[in-house]
Design a protein around this ligand. Structure first.
Ligand code: GLC
Length: 724
């Protein structure tokens, strides 16, 4: 990294034009007539200043893997990158080591493909289950979000490249995302929407932050001095640089002043004809005294300080040969730890020689992840059917062939032809799932021992999901399939397992009693099929826990203002629920979820013992033991919730204040767990200060937010107050 005086010296030699070019990208590479990036498919590139030996830098998406073009004109080599599990599945591991390992692997691919900054992690809060990009985000809880992001950033940046926290802040929907005015109280902002970013900035020092598209209380995030200078830098001590989201905001001069150091991708006029060239606007603003050159210099220095550490600035000779083999194993291990067992009435794990009738077109059209900038281009995707065959599970081949033919025939029909939309609703129609007759089902029930029904969903950038059949709810034909398979297979004394290949919650309460097991395999990337096969037969003991609530019905969801008003074309969305997001709402207002935050079963069982609570000067040390009391090796996610005393401020019933994932415990083995809860983390924001009110606090150690195993207490003698 260049020393401050070296950076000052470089900037002192830069012309105004060169400075303005350094804070504006070259334009979206490969689009609108712009030249392709030197790393084709990369999302953005900075201007070089050859005269001063400043090279350009390359930025590429995304949260589930490096998104660059897998092929190049006239080049017989391929440039695939590993498709890791989506972030919601990574968060389901609750395992910092897994996130760091994924970050390291992805960071190596970033570096070896010639990219300098990975535009990830995406870490907006799951305010509403229908946000189209929730698969790209971790959780409804800020602590889990921040801890996962921090671990991932450490992993990425350990490889000598940068990570970029996004989208800063409160970008919790896709509807009208570039212009929507998000109205949030400062308390909800700080305790829920900013908190994860604060944890990640302080714990992992990311090279960059991407300001969000939306307005925040009337002002574009990318133009909010309070957000980007006051909170991010002065309060949190962020030392990297801030870039806009692509084509965000409406005033480059305001973006400069606010502390948004870089405008990406540049040439906004290519998508917003009313705009002028940002470089010219910035040069003219300085010349006309509307923008002080000191501010421009500050932003240039922030950029140079970070990029001087990048591979491009170091002229790193990248190989274009990242270690995809070993990263495939990292993707597999991460997915294996992210599978959530939601239901198991004596059906799982299957006996390896059981004959399996596999239903659902998702066995073939397995969804590896979401669409948009969070998409990936891996060398392969192992479908659920392929994974089960590869693991030599006894899949009913007649039924598999029936499904293979059905999918291929239907996709030939224009009505069901695959239509790829990049940044918008995938236009590919869903295939009807209920096409087998009762008689056929009886035949398959007779010749098999168990039924597995795959239900898939895909969502993505540029549009939100809908509270309708075929999206949040099962479609009529999906429901009919589940009902028929359940009825017929149960009549033959066979059990039924549902496999959810989804990126976010769906309604389950109305049909879960029809099946004996439910495996939530999320969208596990390129290794999905292998992971599903191995979990089904117990080669993986599921240890994932829900990072986001599965509500009984969409009408239970507290963010009722989503996606804003007026309904036909939302311009403004008011976060009326305040801090009561996810379990903070359901637990406080007594609304029963279908599956609660932190829920997940195992093929073994765990006991929690010997809780000890020790009050330290600035923290509380929570110690307890976890024992594997079942007959299979397994890992457990222990969660530490705290319930605050009634005081001046209203508070949620409880809040997650710590968690720990055990190592693999063999039957009979015990692990001693120690979780330290910083007293400041118990504080609520009262409008001016962070306040920990005095009184008795309850520590609630649980296997989920509603399965509390141990409780204890500690007292805060005097009220504690902290500056923001
Ligand atoms: C997109 C996304 C952002 C992505 C960027 C570059 O619009 O909002 O997440 O990193 O543009 O593709």
């Amino acid at each position: 990294m260049l020393k401050p005086e070296e950076i000052d010296e470089i900037v002192s030699r830069m012309s105004l034009e060169e400075k303005a070019k350094l804070v504006v990208g070259v334009g979206m590479p490969g689009f609108f007539g712009n030249p392709q990036s030197r790393v084709p498919g990369a999302a953005g590139e900075t201007h070089p200043v050859e005269r001063l030996g400043i090279p350009s830098a390359v930025f590429a998406d995304g949260p589930a893997g490096v998104r660059i073009n897998p092929r190049r004109e006239g080049d017989e080599r391929t440039y695939h990158a590993t498709a890791f599990p989506v972030e919601t599945m990574l968060a389901s591991t609750w395992n910092r080591d897994v996130l760091e390992a994924v970050g390291r692997a992805m960071g190596e691919e970033v570096r070896e493909y010639g990219v300098d900054i990975l535009l990830a992690p995406a870490m907006n809060i799951h305010r509403n289950p229908l946000c189209g990009r929730n698969f790209e985000y971790y959780s409804e809880d800020p602590l889990l979000t921040g801890e996962m992001a921090a671990a991932f950033v450490k992993g990425v940046q350990s490889q000598g490249v940068g990570a970029c926290l996004k989208h800063f802040v409160a970008n919790n929907q896709e509807t009208n995302r570039m212009f929507i005015d998000t109205v949030v109280s400062e308390r909800a902002l700080r305790e829920i929407y900013l908190r994860g970013f604060e944890i990640a900035v302080k714990k992992s020092k990311p090279w960059a932050v991407m300001s969000a598209y939306n307005k925040l209380n009337g002002e574009y995030c990318s133009q909010s001095r309070w957000l980007l200078t006051e909170v991010l830098r002065r309060e949190w001590g962020f030392e990297g640089f801030v870039m806009t989201d692509w084509f965000a905001g409406d005033d480059p001069v305001e973006q400069m002043k606010a502390g948004n150091d870089m405008i990406m991708p540049g040439k906004t006029y290519q998508v917003k004809p009313e705009r002028k060239d940002e470089v010219e606007e910035i040069v003219n603003a300085v010349k006309e005294g509307r923008l002080s050159e000191e501010v421009l210099d500050r932003n240039v220095k922030n950029i140079l300080r970070v990029l001087s550490d990048s591979p491009s600035f170091k002229r790193y000779r990248y190989s274009n040969k990242p270690d995809l083999e070993s990263h495939a194993k990292v993707a597999y291990e991460a997915g294996a730890e992210g599978v959530v067992l939601l239901k198991n009435d004596g059906v799982l794990p299957l006996n390896r020689d059981m004959r399996i009738a596999l239903f659902g077109t998702g066995q073939i059209e397995t969804v590896k992840g979401g669409t948009g900038s969070g998409d990936t281009h891996p060398r392969y995707v192992v479908s659920i059917l392929e994974g089960m065959r590869e693991r030599n599970l006894r899949v009913d081949e007649e039924l598999a062939e029936t499904y293979t033919k059905y999918v291929s025939e239907m996709r030939k029909r224009d009505e069901y032809r695959v239509r790829r939309g990049i940044f918008g609703e995938p236009l590919t129609p869903r295939l009807p799932q209920d096409f087998l007759s009762e008689g056929e089902l009886e035949r398959f029930a007779e010749k098999n021992d168990v039924a597995v029904v795959v239900l898939s969903r895909v969502s993505g950038e540029g549009y939100d999901r809908r509270p309708e059949k075929g999206d949040f709810y099962l479609s009529d034909d999906e429901k009919a399939l589940v009902e028929k398979v359940s009825r017929v297979f149960h009549r033959f004394g066979r059990k039924v397992v549902a496999v959810l290949n989804i990126g976010g919650p769906v309604e389950v309460a109305s049909w879960r009693d029809l099946v004996d097991g439910i495996l939530l395999v999320w969208q596990a990337g390129q290794e999905t099929g292998r992971i599903v096969a191995d979990v089904l037969v117990g080669d993986i003991n599921p240890s994932g826990k829900l990072p986001t609530t599965f509500p009984v019905d969409y009408s239970d969801v507290p963010s009722w203002s989503f996606p804003g008003e007026p309904k036909d074309s939302p311009q403004r969305v008011v976060y009326e629920e305040g801090i009561y997001v996810g379990y903070r709402y359901y637990d406080t207002f007594g609304v029963e979820p279908a599956y609660e935050f932190g829920f997940g079963l195992s093929y073994t069982s765990f006991e929690y013992r010997n809780l000890k609570i020790e009050k330290l000067d600035h923290a509380v040390r929570v110690c307890f033991e976890i024992a594997n009391t079942g007959d299979l090796p397994g890992k457990e996610v222990a969660q530490v919730y705290v319930r605050a005393p009634k005081g001046k401020l209203d508070k949620p019933f409880q809040e997650l204040k710590g968690f720990h994932k055990t190592r693999l415990l063999n039957p009979g083995e015990t692990e001693e767990v120690e979780v330290e809860v910083d007293l400041r983390s118990l504080a609520s924001f009262d409008g001016e200060m962070w306040v920990v009110e005095k009184g008795e606090y309850e520590v609630r150690v649980g296997a989920s937010s509603r399965d509390i195993r141990l409780t204890g207490r500690f007292t805060v003698e005097e009220e504690l107050r902290y500056n923001p």
